[in-house]
Design a protein around this ligand. Structure first.
Ligand SMILES: [Zn+2]
Length: 258
């Protein structure tokens, strides 16, 4: 199943969230992580769209807070992880599931990516990844319910997707993430180029997303925990740090204080 007219638009919400709007040329649409109903309802009305599907990556209120109100207005089908903290799910999703958004002629593969939360999932299809708060551009989510090992495994899973995959994460954190990443890899040319591009985009009040998986593999320190240049910096903080989850633990703890 492949949609010729698949299109993704950002609906900004709160101070730095993005609710992703998925369309395919007709009136039917889907949204990912609608933390607030109001901006979604405004865009649907303006564009004459009918909400048919709601995809949720995790239970946090800034990703789910608008669902009740959207369901009052639209009979949308809700896809989300099985988690008692998400009470309104019609179809719970687990690793390897394929979910079909028939009216958009789109199919997504479900990836379990625990770390930010225990039941966090991502949706992959149409060369696009909706990864919530697990992977950010040049960063990753905080470890609220998981370990550095969990985050390493989850990011390794995402790293295995095609390099051209477009990364639709849920927050506009890229500029501050770049400032932190440059502390770790000041000589990384791809990171420096991305940081310059991000500064230009933000100065013009534009979104830095989507990025591509290739960009993240080249410049995101959380996806580079086995690279020599990253380990050199990490070992200035913890001389015993090892490639992978050990380096992940050091970088994540540092970022939490940054
Ligand atoms: Zn979250």
């Amino acid at each position: 199943m492949h949609s010729k007219n698949f299109n993704v638009t950002a609906i900004p919400a709160f101070t730095d969230n993005y609710i992703w709007l998925l369309t395919a040329g007709g009136a039917a649409c889907a949204v990912v992580d609608p933390g607030d109903a109001e901006p979604v309802l405004a865009v649907l009305a303006e564009r004459g769209l009918e909400l048919r599907y709601i995809l949720l990556t995790h239970h946090h209120p800034d990703h789910t807070g608008g669902v009740d109100e959207l369901l009052e207005k639209y009979a949308a089908r809700v896809f989300a992880p099985a988690d008692p903290r998400i009470p309104f799910v019609q179809q719970s999703c687990k690793e390897g599931d394929r979910i079909v958004l028939a009216e958009l002629e789109v199919e997504f593969q479900v990836l379990e990516v625990p770390a930010h939360t225990r039941t966090h999932i991502a949706f992959y299809g149409e060369n696009a990844l909706f990864c919530g708060d697990t992977l950010f551009s040049i960063g990753c989510g905080r470890l609220f319910e998981g370990s550095p090992e969990d985050m390493q495994q989850s990011l390794d899973k995402l790293a295995a997707l095609p390099a051209t995959t477009r990364i639709y994460c849920a927050h506009e954190y890229t500029q501050s993430n770049c400032a932190f990443a440059l502390e770790i890899e000041p000589e990384n040319a791809r990171l420096r180029a991305r940081a310059a591009e991000v500064n230009r985009l933000r100065a013009a009040d534009k979104s830095t997303l989507p990025s591509t998986l290739a960009d993240e593999l080249a410049a995101n320190p959380f996806m580079r925990t086995r690279e020599k240049s990253v380990l050199e910096t990490v070992r200035k903080i913890d001389p015993k740090a090892m490639p992978g989850s050990s380096a992940m633990a050091v970088i994540r703890a540092w970022k939490d204080r940054f």
